[in-house]
Write a protein of this length. Structure first.
Length: 419
């Protein structure tokens, strides 16, 4: 039966990686098969679902969905273009850092969905190709999302699975290496793309004359929405002291925002990406089937044998293995499969170093290919619809070097401070 569980999971990963069928359909079909063929029973399937992760995602989707119409994100993007004053290196670095910060505190997929359409407008005004700018934003979103518990789906999954790791723990242990990596990558990409982003001074002057705050003055509920958003972020920092789970913080923030900044509740709830939530649900059930049949324990034993029982070797294998797996498949399903493996590797002793290795590997590995992270797929889709398609090979040519550099920085960090 364990062979059947592996076949179902591997087939699902293949379909997700090659995008032959929508990933939500694949995940739900795989979950249904696991139950129907008896890999795990109905009660086991329900227990396998990480409801805390789903609650955290749903809450943040509502909060960000109601914040977007206020024009705050448009204001940020236009101010970045104005502050760059037509200098390509400044424009790339500023866009990278704004995207990275938004990704850390909203989540990287949401950040990409917000900034890419605005970047297309900025590129049009400046008369430059949007592809280099969007590539920078994709890579920055995955690096920036590494810094916090809510920044990237792999971190959300790890944080809700291991409540010992608080929001502050993620920032203390991951934000420094994410910041260093973002700085190195941003300046490197700025130098690499500077010849493709030559900006006419006259166009830069035209952008400088735009009123970035016009939308803010005209939209409703700006102050209320920002107050709830900032309050929710503060609550994430304090959730350990408040004895509240991150999911409770997110859902409470979403509820308050619905009460004070939503005229139509049904319209607000439509902003929830239901396909993403159901994708996670199906994924959790499939991984639960692998756990039930002992597949996860066998993988953990193999990793322990390969590493010779050395914690440092285990950490580096998890880091680079998670990156390679994420690049080939997608960092969400690969993280879901790796979480129980890391659990098994640890045994009865809790070692947070392995969890930081998994988070760094999965998040940084999300930059390697166009299909390695949901943010990459979303951004490339927007580019394609706007008439600026980017090929898989072109993304690979930028993504792989950035991923290798990021992993080398992460390796040094883990060896010095975590393993």
């Amino acid at each position: 039966m364990d062979v059947l569980a592996v076949l179902i999971f591997v087939a699902a990963l293949a379909l997700i990686a090659f995008e032959w069928v929508h990933r939500t359909k694949v995940a739900l079909a795989g979950a249904a098969l696991m139950v129907l063929v008896g890999v795990l029973d109905q009660e086991g399937a329900i227990e396998a679902v990480d409801w805390a992760t789903l609650g955290l995602l749903a809450g943040m989707m509502v909060i960000v969905g109601l914040t977007e119409p206020t024009g705050v994100f448009t204001y940020l993007a236009l101010r970045v273009a104005q502050l760059s004053r037509g200098r390509p290196i400044a424009l790339v670095v500023l866009l990278a850092f704004v995207t990275g910060v938004l990704s850390a505190f909203l989540d990287n997929l949401t950040a990409i969905l917000l900034v890419v359409p605005i970047t297309l407008l900025i590129a049009d005004l400046l008369r430059v190709s949007p592809i280099p700018l969007v590539l920078v934003e994709i890579l920055a979103s995955n690096i920036g999302g590494t810094a916090t518990l809510i920044g990237d789906p792999p971190n959300i999954m790890i944080g809700t699975h291991r409540p010992e790791l608080s929001f502050v723990d993620f920032i203390v242990n991951l934000a420094p290496v994410a910041l260093v990596t973002l700085t190195v990558v941003s300046f490197g990409l700025a130098l690499a793309f500077r010849t493709q982003l030559r900006i006419d001074p006259a166009r830069a002057v035209e952008v400088a004359r735009l009123d970035a705050a016009a939308d803010l003055r005209e939209r409703k509920y700006v102050k209320r929405t920002l107050a709830v958003l900032l309050g929710t972020i503060v609550a994430f920092f304090l959730h350990g002291l408040l004895h509240l789970e991150p999911a409770v913080v997110a859902l409470t923030g979403a509820t308050v925002m619905l009460l004070v900044a939503a005229d139509d509740v049904e319209s607000a709830l439509e902003r929830i990406e239901w396909s993403t939530l159901f994708f996670f649900l199906g994924l959790f059930v499939m991984v639960g089937g692998l756990e039930q049949r002992g597949v996860v324990d066998e993988v953990a034993e193999w990793l322990a044998d390969v590493s010779g029982g050395s914690p440092r070797a285990e950490g580096l294998i998890v880091l680079w293995g998670a990156a390679a797996g994420s690049a080939a498949v997608d960092n969400i399903p690969f993280t879901a499969a790796m979480i129980p493996v890391v659990d098994s590797l640890q045994g009865d002793e809790f070692d947070d170093g392995l969890w930081w290795a998994l988070a760094l590997g999965a998040c940084f590995g999300g930059n390697a290919t166009m299909i390695a992270a949901a943010a990459n797929v979303a951004a490339s889709g927007i580019l394609d619809r706007s008439g600026h398609p980017i090929s898989f090979v072109r993304f690979l040519a930028v993504g792989v070097p950035v991923t290798v550099v990021s992993l080398l920085i992460a390796t040094v960090y883990l060896l010095l401070f975590q393993l």
